[in-house]
Ligand binder design. Structure first.
Ligand SMILES: Nc1ncnc2c1ncn2[C@@H]1O[C@H](COP(=O)(O)OP(=O)(O)O)[C@@H](O)[C@H]1O
Ligand SMILES: [Mg+2]
Length: 484
């Protein structure tokens, strides 16, 4: 067991099982009786908590309700057992009154002490928040649970400086963390600045799993941050992902405006995402169903609102319901399937300074999907930035020209000189998208890429925080045209 490993299983009750004590001790673990007042103090060195049912229903349920969240926030797993002197039937009945503890942090009820010991042994609680860690510049938005996650993940440090990062889309809290002082006893030197993502427990677990399953082995090491799994921590409702800070890099949008869009886009699709995009599988099937599976389409009230505006002011003819039917009637298409980033937008792409190398972050939505979905998402996010000032009528016409079907990489929307980079970027994205699109069989049906772009335009139109409303309505109108 590693130095400082958490080897104690706490027993909240009068008489700890001697059989369990033996089974734990064979695994290098220790069973320790504890009273409720001393629990919080004991958590940093513990990996598990057992609450014993001793016959009094109210007392048992109360003990669990009062303590399970705190135990989980400290990284423990929780088990409930029936004391030898209590009635097993009563114990069975009480279970329904217990709080819903996440199953992966709950030891299932059993009389098999060896199995229980095994499950505590397998549970990895990560480091405990044992010694004081001083947090500098703690952002006000952090909850007590999140502060505790920081103290656990950075238990090897004595001083940590924090800074809130802005720019995320998901509502997760992003922090830049500088370990200022590490403990002398720390057995791993880890002093590089890193980025901490704090979010809902399941979302973080999903992002870490996607990173391991899809990105770690497909995106070269210099095109993405690494995840520091030893610093990751999970609480009762939140969790923390720790990754390398992408240093000496500028956001993609800044690079596009001053550099060569074709070069950056080639670096993105031909280097950073090459490993994903080279492993394609030809498919013949429902492209729209695939886009639904990626949760691209969102038939919201906000979309109805954009559609009403589009019908009143921009010449749109059909309702969202009619477009939904049109999408449903498109039938099957030939397309290629591969690992997709799933949320390709300029906020998730950096360019390393003094180079054209692109670096990707944010793997929450990564999975298998149509190869055209990443370029479609990226071009729509470039053509339709949220929250900017309104397009002028001339700009609107030019954007509309870029989206006149059929979509091609020679499309020149003739944007103003100040917006040349936008047109060049969209052109470059389409070169990579269309190169991977099988030849269309029917000249009347929209091409797979047009369908994907239309779906991302509808997605843009479907969220009210994509301001201004007129821009959402324009996206809706263009999507309608693309779908024919
Ligand atoms: N590894 C990192 N290095 C530098 N900045 C980062 C890193 N991860 C996130 N950021 C910054 O935080 C923002 C939000 O992070 P992101 O993971 O995209 O969150 P969200 O899922 O909320 O979009 C990014 O746009 C970027 O500016
Ligand atoms: Mg993001």
């Amino acid at each position: 067991m590693e130095p400082g490993a958490r080897s104690i299983v706490l027993w909240l009750g009068a008489s700890p099982s001697t059989t369990l004590r033996g089974a734990l001790s064979e695994r290098g673990l220790q069973l320790k009786r504890v009273n409720e007042k001393a629990l919080t103090r004991s958590y940093p060195r513990a990996r598990g908590l057992i609450v014993a049912f001793e016959g009094n229903v109210g007392e048992f349920v109360g003990r669990i309700r009062r303590n399970w969240k705190d135990a989980l926030n400290h990284g423990l797993t929780v088990g409930t057992v029936c004391d030898q002197r209590a009635n097993l039937l009563d114990f069975g009945r009480v279970q329904g009154a217990l709080p819903k503890i996440p199953v992966h942090r709950l030891i299932p009820i059993s009389q098999d002490w060896t199995r229980i010991a095994q499950l505590f042994d397998r549970h990895d609680p990560g480091p405990g928040a044992e010694k004081p860690l001083r947090l500098l510049a703690i952002p006000k938005v952090l909850s007590e649970e999140e502060k505790l996650l920081l103290k656990r993940g950075f238990a090897d440090c004595t001083l940590l400086r924090l800074k809130l990062l802005k720019g995320g889309r998901s509502g997760a809290k992003l922090l830049l963390a500088h370990p200022v002082e590490q403990k002398k006893s720390a057995h791993r030197r880890r002093t590089m600045p890193c980025v901490i993502k704090l979010d809902d427990r399941d979302r973080i677990a999903g992002e870490v799993a996607n990173f391991s399953q899809f990105m770690e082995g497909c995106v070269p090491f210099n095109s993405r941050p690494n995840v520091d799994r030893l610093r990751g921590a999970e609480g009762s409702s939140a969790a923390m992902l720790v990754q390398d800070f992408v240093h000496r890099a500028i956001p993609l949008l800044d690079a596009l405006k001053i550099g060569s869009p074709a070069l950056f886009i080639a670096s993105l699709f031909e280097c950073a995402l090459k490993g994903c995009r080279s492993g394609v599988t030809p498919m013949h099937g429902g492209l729209v169903a695939e886009l639904y599976r990626l949760r691209v389409l969102n038939w919201s009230k906000d979309l109805d609102d954009a559609a009403t505006f589009a019908q009143a002011h921009l010449g749109a003819k059909r309702s969202p319901k009619a477009l939904e039917r049109r999408l449903g009637a498109l039938g099957t298409s030939d397309f290629l399937r591969c690992t997709v980033h799933g949320d390709l937008n300029p906020g998730n792409i950096f360019v390393a300074s003094a180079s054209s190398d692109t670096i990707l972050i944010d793997f929450y939505k990564t999975e298998l999907g149509p190869a055209i979905s990443d370029p479609a998402a990226l071009e729509v996010s470039i053509a339709f930035p949220a929250g900017d000032k309104a397009f002028s009528p001339a700009e609107e016409r030019k954007i509309a020209a870029l989206y006149a079907p059929p979509l091609s990489h020679s499309a020149s929307g003739d944007l103003s000189a100040k917006d040349w980079w936008r047109r060049e970027t969209i052109r470059a994205i389409r070169v990579h998208a269309l190169a991977m699109e099988p030849r269309a069989k029917s000249p009347t049906k929209p091409t797979p890429y047009s369908i994907a772009v239309a779906c991302y335009l509808l997605r843009f139109a479907s969220y009210a925080d994509n301001l201004p409303r007129r821009r959402r309505a324009l996206a809706y109108t263009l999507a309608e045209k693309l779908l024919g």
